[in-house]
Design a binder for this molecule. Structure first.
Ligand SMILES: NC(=O)C1=CN([C@@H]2O[C@H](COP(=O)(O)OP(=O)(O)OC[C@H]3O[C@@H](n4cnc5c(N)ncnc54)[C@H](OP(=O)(O)O)[C@@H]3O)[C@@H](O)[C@H]2O)C=CC1
Ligand SMILES: N[C@@H](CC=O)C(=O)O
Ligand code: NA
Length: 432
């Protein structure tokens, strides 16, 4: 057996340097598991002269991807450069050259995952992507292997470290949105362009990957309804707290019979729910299985070493398969045809904040409007505003159909007694 297995790295930024660090720091354990050592033969970067956090020989760095993709001695290629088009081209070339691939790239896997997995399958290569969802949490392996015997009915995931960091700092430490975002960027959690984080797109990519694996159905980014955290105010956070809820940006993948709903939105969870105490850059995926019941997978969702752990663990799996001669046997292509729920199939509770005129009859007309659209209320809070001229009204509904709730929102916007619909959020995890 080879004394050394050669691998190539595409990218040497936050995650790439972490990968090299783990391969170096944990070499004894890796060698023990694999029966050989791992040699990082070449590393693709875009700038040869950049100051690197970790020492690497100059001749290990290259600007030419072919030095890795066309090198017959390289068994596995790790793509941690990000972006879509170059990464897709390089991964395709690696697979066409019969190399196994590990990627952390959810942007790519959420859009071109099925195409790349089919190619890997055809070429008899592994394509693993554990780091693409919830960084260091081994959630993909948990769904595919640990819960292989169960039928998953729902997943609620805090799957973006940057937005969880921002919401935690805003609600628990009273920080401003911009300041918290800059910290998350400095800590290496945010994407190169953090718009994808704060607008919920990164979380949407991840929940589409979770949904695809959990429900064995090809779901992609276009199937996810997406709302980020850019409109969340500190006032909203304070009122949520007052009513016993913590706000989190969550991805929801929900199946009933053969139809699914996949969405991302700022969502309220009761303080006592396990997801409420997932703070800072931590992630958690709450999984409901028909047989297992409720399970939660928790851990660091972003950052150099946690993400690199997932990448190197995938590498161990690839190299073990290589030693056994079974690369390319782990891809299970989706079993079911995609069927998405209509708005009247989606049922949830909602938190709604309204500014209304504080005059007699306001409450009666609001309750009438809710009632005629079959939206029933579980909690109501009314506070005086603007020396009693206005009322701050907050309600939490019972579980209602999204179709009815959206109709109520439309009618409230036009109602005489309503000055402004301030905000509206979904509520999840309430056991009442
Ligand atoms: N950071 C995190 O916490 C997590 C990141 N990910 C994913 O991991 C991947 C990498 O992220 P991260 O390490 O943060 O990114 P960085 O921006 O820190 O690093 C990107 C690296 O790739 C190189 N690179 C980028 N584009 C090219 C190109 N076209 N040609 C050659 N080299 C290129 C850069 O070169 P140079 O150094 O010369 O500029 C850099 O070394 C992304 O897909 C990201 O979404 C997943 C989970 C968590
Ligand atoms: N930007 C992402 C990085 C990991 O996927 C996040 O904040 O979660
Ligand atoms: Na993971």
């Amino acid at each position: 057996m080879a004394q050394e297995m050669n691998i190539g790295l595409l990218g040497f930024g936050t995650v790439g340097t972490g990968v090299l660090q783990i391969i170096r720091d944990h070499q004894d354990k890796l060698q023990h598991q694999l029966g050989c050592s791992i040699k990082v033969k070449k590393v693709l970067v875009s700038n040869l002269h950049k100051e690197r956090e970790i020492k690497i020989d100059d001749d290990q760095l290259t600007l030419n991807a072919d030095d890795i993709l066309n090198d017959p001695s390289i068994v596995a290629v790790i793509e941690v450069m990000g972006g879509i088009e170059d990464a897709r081209r390089y991964i395709r070339q690696a697979l066409e050259n019969n190399k196994n691939v590990i990627t952390a790239n959810k942007d790519l896997m959420a859009i071109h995952g099925s195409e790349l997995l089919e190619l890997a399958n055809k070429q008899g290569c592994d394509l693993f992507y554990e780091a693409s969802v919830a960084g260091g949490i081994p959630i993909l392996r948990a769904l595919v292997e640990g819960l292989a015997s169960d039928r998953i009915s729902k997943m609620i995931g805090i799957v973006n470290g940057t937005t969880n960091y921002i919401l935690t700092k805003m609600s628990k430490e009273g920080r401003g949105y911009e300041e918290a975002l800059q910290e998350a960027q400095a800590l290496g959690y945010a994407e190169a362009d953090p718009t994808a984080d704060v607008e919920g797109i990164d979380a949407a990519r991840k929940i589409s990957i979770l949904g695809t694996l959990g429900f064995s159905m090809n779901l992609d980014l276009d199937d996810v309804s997406i709302r980020g955290i850019t409109e969340v105010t500190r006032e909203d956070l304070a009122f949520c707290e007052q009513l016993g809820y913590t706000m989190k940006l969550v991805g929801i993948a929900n199946r009933f019979n053969d139809k699914v709903e996949v969405s991302v939105q700022p969502t309220l969870v009761p303080h006592e729910h396990p997801l409420a105490s997932v703070d800072d850059e931590y992630n958690a995926v709450y999984v409901y299985g028909d047989a297992v019941g409720e399970t939660m997978f928790y851990g660091p969702g972003a950052g150099k070493l946690p993400t690199a752990t997932a990448v190197v663990s995938d590498l161990v799996a690839v190299l073990k398969n290589n030693r056994l001669g079974v690369n390319g046997n782990s891809v299970i292509l989706p079993q079911f045809e995609k069927k998405l729920k209509d708005p009247d199939d989606i049922h949830a509770k909602y938190f709604l904040r309204i500014h209304a005129k504080d005059i007699s009859g306001t409450f009666a007309s609001l309750t009438h409007l809710f009632h005629e659209n079959e939206v029933s209320l579980e909690k109501i809070l009314q506070l005086p505003l603007n020396q009693g001229k206005l009322a701050e009204i907050i309600v939490v509904t019972h579980a209602v159909s999204k179709k009815n709730y959206d109709l109520v929102l439309e009618k409230l916007a036009d109602a005489d007694v309503v000055v402004e619909v301030k905000s509206s959020y979904r509520v999840e995890g309430d056991r009442k």
